[in-house]
Design a protein around this ligand. Structure first.
Ligand SMILES: [Zn+2]
Length: 246
């Protein structure tokens, strides 16, 4: 599949992509369902005094999983973090290793704020097109860069472009990764305007949805502008927020 065509909005390719996405939704559900047993942040946030009794907030039963891809980005990631904090929402960030290398402090900041940081390859490579060796390098170098900042290794791997094949599945499994795609694509990367981003999310969301947005990889000002309305609307519909751990 030529990804440039997808980026250009080719409908047929889009449909093919949806089918691919459907094919791996099973693992998404598994990953999301696992989160009650395994909180995203094993340690309490640094701000919480160690002696204080742990305040356990039960995980919401009606929930969405917010995911932000392609960062960290020096301009947009801090804005996304600020909005998430304002609405008390936790999210999962699928990061590109070479961006982590550029801005490791942002990866640490995301983790310290209680969000989940996961693997989105080193260069945003289409995993279907790689040799076994290149696949390993893409995934393991990203693991290493993230681990250096957060102290643990990502278990979730989001294949760029949602690109999954039998070989990708098998290689991911061999590295102990769960492949996680999404069920609702905000299509923010097409820059359709803030209203369109909000409407696409709110029209398609239901409990358990994994929502795809972007905090890096290009101009994300429309995503940043849409996010407060999305969060406000989700909260008005009594959605809570869960993070992914694999
Ligand atoms: Zn991506």
């Amino acid at each position: 599949m030529d990804v440039r065509l997808t980026r250009a909005g080719n409908r047929m390719i889009g449909l093919a992509m949806m089918m691919l996405v459907s094919a791996v939704i099973g693992s998404v559900v598994v990953a999301a369902a696992k989160s009650p047993a395994k909180p995203a942040t094993p340690e309490p946030p640094a701000a919480a005094p160690a002696a204080a009794a742990p305040t356990k907030t039960p995980l919401p039963t009606k929930y969405v999983v917010l995911t932000f891809d392609d960062g960290p980005d020096v301009e947009y990631t801090p804005k996304v973090l600020e909005i998430l904090a304002k609405y008390d929402a936790k999210a999962t960030f699928f990061e590109v290793g070479q961006n982590v290398q550029k801005h490791p402090e942002l990866t640490k900041r995301i983790h310290d704020a209680g969000h989940s940081v996961e693997n989105h390859t080193w260069t945003h490579a289409d995993l279907r097109k790689l040799s076994a060796t290149a696949f390993r390098q893409q995934v393991m170098s990203t693991d290493q860069a993230i681990r250096a900042q957060i102290g643990s290794t990502p278990g979730c791997l989001r294949p760029p472009y949602g690109g999954v094949s039998a070989a990708v599945r098998q290689r991911a499994k061999a590295l102990g990764k769960d492949l996680v795609v999404w069920t609702v694509d905000s299509r923010d990367w097409t820059k359709p305007g803030t209203t369109a981003i909000v409407q696409r999310v709110m029209k398609n969301v239901h409990s358990g949805s994994v929502i795809l947005m972007h905090d890096g990889g290009g101009n994300r000002s429309q995503t940043v502008a849409a996010l407060p309305t999305i969060l406000k609307s989700l909260k008005a519909q009594r959605y809570g927020f869960r993070t992914l751990t694999c």
